[in-house]
Ligand binder design. Sequence first.
Ligand SMILES: CC(C)(COP(=O)(O)OP(=O)(O)OC[C@H]1O[C@@H](n2cnc3c(N)ncnc32)[C@H](O)[C@@H]1OP(=O)(O)O)[C@@H](O)C(=O)NCCC(=O)NCCS
Length: 183
Amino acid sequence: MLTHTLSPDAHLRLLEEADADELYALLDANRAHLRRWLPFLDSTTSPADSLGFIRSTRKQVSDNQGYSLAIVYKGRIVGCCGYHNINWINKKTSIGYWLAEDAQGKGLVTAAVRALLDNAFHNWGLNRVEIRAAVANEKSQAIPRRLGFTEEGIVKESEWLYDRYVDHIAFAMLAGDWKRTGQ
Ligand SMILES: CC(C)(COP(=O)(O)OP(=O)(O)OC[C@H]1O[C@@H](n2cnc3c(N)ncnc32)[C@H](O)[C@@H]1OP(=O)(O)O)[C@@H](O)C(=O)NCCC(=O)NCCS
């Protein structure tokens, strides 16, 4: 599922090296919005850093560790989503995502995560998909809640975010539960 249509206006696709300038410009324009919850903004200071990220996403594919995809809306990149890596022994993975501020509110990430879940369970035969969101990041928590994930508890000081540790809420979807939701 390296490309996937979400709607007539939106699709997911692999990032290309040629996307580096566009991706960096998007991150730079959304620095304050994204820096609140994502740890990589201060280490992303030029298109070369975005190119390095894009190359890492290609290595992830060649290493059979899942992938990260661009979220494209009306012909422009508006965010990213993907698997962090895959634990093939225990048949589980985790998912992350972000969107430009002006691309929020359209259901793009909810639809993207739905597609990533379908792929993980149906194409790869995984059993468990996790999403973690900071306890104060209600917009991020709304995505697993909307899709019927189970809230499993608080993971204390799970992430270092520039100058402080952040507690996360852990959510999980199991293959059997996803099948039962019929989504
Ligand atoms: C987390 C983040 C991706 C959520 O973005 P989002 O736009 O709220 O999520 P979605 O794209 O799924 O859209 C859901 C919104 O669209 C609305 N919507 C419209 N059509 C919809 C549809 N067909 N399906 C679902 N939702 C729809 C929903 O009501 C919701 O809006 P609301 O919050 O006002 O109720 C975004 O806020 C972000 O990038 N934040 C900064 C980075 C971050 O926190 N990343 C996650 C770290 S764990």
